[in-house]
Design a protein around this ligand. Structure first.
Ligand code: FES
Length: 132
């Protein structure tokens, strides 16, 4: 990284993707779950270097899947739901980039992707918030 790299002073963040979400679908043997399709789609795109992606078996938001979490050290964590692996990969990428560029994870409301504004399941304060 050079001095012009805006990510120079940033810490890594994590993108957790529930890879077992069914999105309310009845699946037959051999059918891929929408969560798995979303996870594969997000691992195939060009995520920023500081974003670590992990698949998770259920984030307990099953009725509003597909589901992702954005989290990182010293940051608010966010759970987003009602994501579609066919429609929302670019929107997730936009939201991930904005989250990465917000030092505490708090992206101004108007700058958040519309789907994130309407489908935030939870936000959780940084672990460090109550341990000064
Ligand atoms: S199966 Fe995805 S949140 Fe439970």
């Amino acid at each position: 990284m050079d001095s012009k790299d805006p990510q120079k002073h940033q810490k890594p963040i994590e993108l957790l993707v529930c890879n077992t979400c069914r999105k309310g679908l009845e699946l037959r043997d051999g059918d891929k779950r929408p969560g798995e399709i979303l996870f594969e789609a997000l691992t195939a795109v060009d995520l920023p270097k500081l974003v670590q992606i992990h698949g998770v078996n259920c984030i307990s938001n099953c009725s509003q899947g597909c589901t992702i979490v954005l989290r990182g050290e010293g940051r608010w964590s966010y759970v987003y739901g009602n994501l579609d692996p066919e429609e929302h990969v670019e929107i997730i990428l936009d939201g991930v980039n904005k989250y990465l560029n917000a030092a505490d994870g708090l992206v101004p409301w108007r700058e958040r992707p519309e789907h994130f504004r309407k489908n935030c399941i939870a936000r959780i304060p940084p672990l460090e918030a109550y341990h000064d």
